[in-house]
Design a protein around this ligand. Structure first.
Ligand SMILES: Nc1ncnc2c1ncn2[C@@H]1O[C@H](COP(=O)(O)OP(=O)(O)OP(=O)(O)O)[C@@H](O)[C@H]1O
Ligand SMILES: [Mg+2]
Length: 434
């Protein structure tokens, strides 16, 4: 089936006379009834699902709750480091468990929770100033915490005062903690009690994608933090399906065909069990169905949404890649598109590349320089290079394979002005035709 392109506008429903003059196009769009989504916000990136929508993480919730249990009674919680690949529920579970601890604190125990995104607050000063401002309630403390302008030490002073005046225990989530420029804040937070800075008990949950991060921490930080470590495993397709099933009320009833969620789950399971990706593909599929005026979201929309997502990702990856390297990638994509095999010997790729260069009058690099480019692209993760031992006949052959889908690579590269002229005659031709 031929589907319109994603950015093609939705067909007009209201305009019966076909006339354009004075027609309020914006109004038409804004007032249109949404036949696909009932509550799209359930699928938005920053949506935090309620407890009953969290699926397949009971063990992790239980383990984290165990580590934080003392907090509920007004004592020091354990410090925890959580690892796991992207989209495995680390942030979600941490936020959920800390907010439950706060809600379920025993009578007379006051718990304060905080969430710091270290990708945007990556210096010690930014993080401590964020914490001090977050916790400070000026009418209780009679203190003001300016956004900037104080020294790091002064922010700490305010933070300790604010905590002493307001809380028995605080639990601080440092998300993307590996992006902090150094580990000073971990050091100060973990030693605050011992050094007499504050009588408030402090627990830290540090989250990282990188498993080796904790090993790299300064020994002194490790010894005062004494963290408990937890690893979150990627979701499998069944868990991803259940996560999405729990949000189907984002759609109007009867709009999702039965194969949509399993297919989104299968794609996301292939992509490292990332729940964010699964939900993202589902939302994009719905948007495509809406734009195309379809009555239902179908498997075709899912496939198209996936392709669009891959294209966006690949576009980002090759932004800034020099023209010559693009020609190399293009050569490999053409070979792959026109053959049953996926791996190609360097010389064959070089021939294809040379032909491209001749056709568009781009300088043809020497084979040696060409090999360097292949290696660079392998380093960037765009190409995979394997050695093939040619046995007795001698020598080692290098086989090059595109990591990304070759059709997508081709489509993105051919959009580049320099290559567009190739499109008509190039993609139909096999390498031996050159
Ligand atoms: N078990 C789950 N149940 C329901 N939704 C989930 C679950 N796990 C993850 N999600 C959803 O998937 C998305 C990604 O989850 P989350 O942000 O917790 O991942 P993460 O492990 O912190 O990823 P990253 O390392 O990229 O920050 C969120 O929108 C979240 O709501
Ligand atoms: Mg996260």
């Amino acid at each position: 089936m031929d589907l319109p392109r994603v950015n093609e506008p939705r067909r007009s429903r209201l305009r019966a006379d076909g006339g354009d003059e004075g027609f309020d196009v914006a109004r038409e769009i804004f007032e249109q009834e949404d036949t696909i989504f009932a509550n799209e916000s359930l699928l938005e990136i920053d949506h935090v699902p309620s407890a009953d929508r969290i699926v397949g993480r009971d063990d992790e919730i239980r383990m984290l709750a165990e580590e934080l249990r003392s907090a509920v009674n007004g004592h020091s919680p354990e410090n925890v480091i959580i690892y796991g690949k992207t989209g495995t529920g680390k942030s979600l579970v941490s936020r959920h468990v800390t907010s439950r601890a706060k809600e379920l604190a025993k009578d007379g125990v006051s718990i304060g929770t905080a969430y710091v995104d270290c990708s945007t607050h990556s210096t010690e000063t930014q993080a401590v100033s964020t914490l001090a401002r977050h916790y400070n309630e000026p009418n209780v403390t009679q203190l003001r915490v300016p956004e900037t302008g104080l020294s790091t030490a002064a922010y700490y002073e305010r933070l300790w005062t604010v905590l002493d005046l307001q809380y028995d225990v605080v639990i601080i989530i440092l998300d993307e903690a590996d992006l902090m420029t150094d580990d000073s804040i971990l050091m100060k937070l973990s030693r605050a009690g011992e050094s007499g800075s504050t009588s408030c008990r402090i627990g830290v949950i540090a989250i990282s994608n990188k498993i080796e991060w904790a090993d790299d921490l300064n020994e002194r930080v490790k010894s005062s933090l004494q963290p408990k470590e937890m690893a979150f495993q990627p979701y499998d397709a069944t868990q991803l399906e259940r996560i999405m099933e729990n949000r189907t009320d984002a759609f109007q009833s009867g709009v999702l065909t039965s194969d949509v969620i399993p297919l989104c789950a299968a794609f996301a399971a292939q992509d490292f069990g990332d729940a964010r990706k699964a939900i993202d593909i589902l939302r994009h599929s719905g948007n495509l169905a809406y734009k195309q005026d379809a009555e239902q979201v179908t498997e075709t929309h899912v496939r198209e949404a996936r392709t669009e997502a891959e294209k966006d990702r690949f576009k980002e990856l090759i932004e800034g890649v020099p023209q010559q390297a693009k020609a190399v990638l293009l050569a490999l994509s053409i070979l792959t598109n026109n053959s049953a095999q996926e791996e190609f010997a360097t010389q064959l790729v070089y021939r294809q590349y040379s032909n491209i260069c001749k056709t568009i009058e781009l300088d043809t690099l020497s084979e040696r320089r060409f090999r360097d480019i292949l290696k660079e692209q392998a380093f960037l993760g765009l190409i995979d290079i394997q050695k093939e031992n040619r046995g007795r006949s001698g020598g080692i052959n290098l086989l090059n394979r595109l990591v990304e889908d070759s059709e997508i690579v081709y489509e993105i590269l051919i959009d580049d002005n320099r290559f567009t002229e190739l499109d008509d005659n190039l993609d139909q031709r096999r390498v031996q035709d050159w």
